[in-house]
Design a protein around this ligand. Structure first.
Ligand code: HEC
Ligand code: HEC
Ligand code: HEC
Ligand code: HEC
Length: 166
């Protein structure tokens, strides 16, 4: 009797471990850029244009989620919804918010100090637009290169019609 109970107890622990391990594996596997590419290759050019971009060594999710666990799992939840739509064949052609400054400035990426460092191209522009304009409003092609409408750096005149010059 006692032996049986012990077995059951260990059985549950084992089941728990397997489930937790599976969940963790799924979590990491689904965060890989190749996983994103498994849909976003057939669906459009985003995997290819990412591979050709200056940020091909940055994971999709590091741009397409805000920093921190909340941002990460918010994106995961979006992903689950997208995956469901994909398998049901529904194409909403939803547009998402482009990555914001927070994603570009996550720890280990672009700090204000680096962006305004003497000698960096654009340092003065960065100092003038600190905290206000999203990075990708000016750097439209950072994540995806090859699409005509995304330019390397948006000209000042686009936002300042009074023709300010750098
Ligand atoms: C199972 C297929 C599938 C996988 C895997 C997938 N997506 Fe998507 N994704 C979709 C579908 C479907 C849409 C909805 C857009 C549409 O219908 O055109 C979408 C939309 C998006 C959008 C724009 C709209 C939104 O909801 O934000 C972004 C950004 C995006 N995906 C990024 C990613 C990233 C990053 C990954 C990897 C972590 C990923 N996707 C993995 C199917 C997928
Ligand atoms: C360096 C940051 C960065 C990385 C890395 C990145 N993206 Fe993007 N992505 C962007 C930006 C910025 C846009 C918005 C571009 C625009 O609107 O013209 C975008 C747009 C998209 C869209 C269209 C969203 C919409 O609402 O239409 C999809 C889908 C997408 N990316 C998927 C991916 C996938 C899949 C990967 C990895 C293979 C990836 N991205 C990697 C920055 C990034
Ligand atoms: C108002 C427009 C604007 C905004 C907003 C902006 N940048 Fe820039 N950035 C520029 C310009 C202009 C340059 C100079 C690049 C050139 O002339 O090719 C530059 C240069 C850079 C460079 C150096 C590129 C190189 O080739 O050395 C990096 C890195 C960079 N920006 C990152 C960022 C990040 C990260 C953000 C957001 C926190 C950001 N930028 C916001 C306009 C902007
Ligand atoms: C994507 C749109 C966009 C682009 C491109 C852009 N700006 Fe701006 N700029 C803004 C916005 C929005 C503000 C207001 C920011 C604020 O109030 O903090 C601003 C503010 C400024 C200011 C006043 C900030 C201050 O010092 O008080 C100057 C000067 C300026 N921009 C110059 C430039 C120059 C030079 C370029 C090109 C290298 C440029 N901008 C490109 C959107 C842009």
């Amino acid at each position: 009797m006692r032996g049986r109970l012990r077995l059951r107890w260990w059985g549950w622990v084992l089941v728990g471990l397997v489930v937790a391990g599976g969940g963790l594996a799924l979590n990491f596997w689904s965060a890989r850029s190749e996983f994103c590419g498994s849909c976003h290759t057939a669906m459009g050019s985003h995997y290819a244009s990412w591979s050709a971009s200056s940020h091909s060594s940055v994971k999709c999710l590091d741009c397409h989620s805000d920093p921190g666990w909340v941002g990460y799992y918010h994106s995961k939840a979006d992903g689950v919804r997208n995956a469901l739509e994909y398998f049901l064949g529904i194409h909403t052609r939803r547009r998402s918010e482009p990555p914001g400054r927070a994603a570009c400035q996550r720890p280990g990426c672009h700090s204000d100090a680096d962006l305004t460092a003497v000698g960096l191209a654009g340092a003065e522009t960065h100092a003038r637009h600190r905290g206000s304009v999203a990075c990708v409003s000016c750097h439209g092609d950072v994540g995806h290169r090859d699409v005509a409408e995304r330019r390397a750096v948006v000209p000042c005149s686009e936002c300042h019609p009074s023709a300010q010059t750098p």
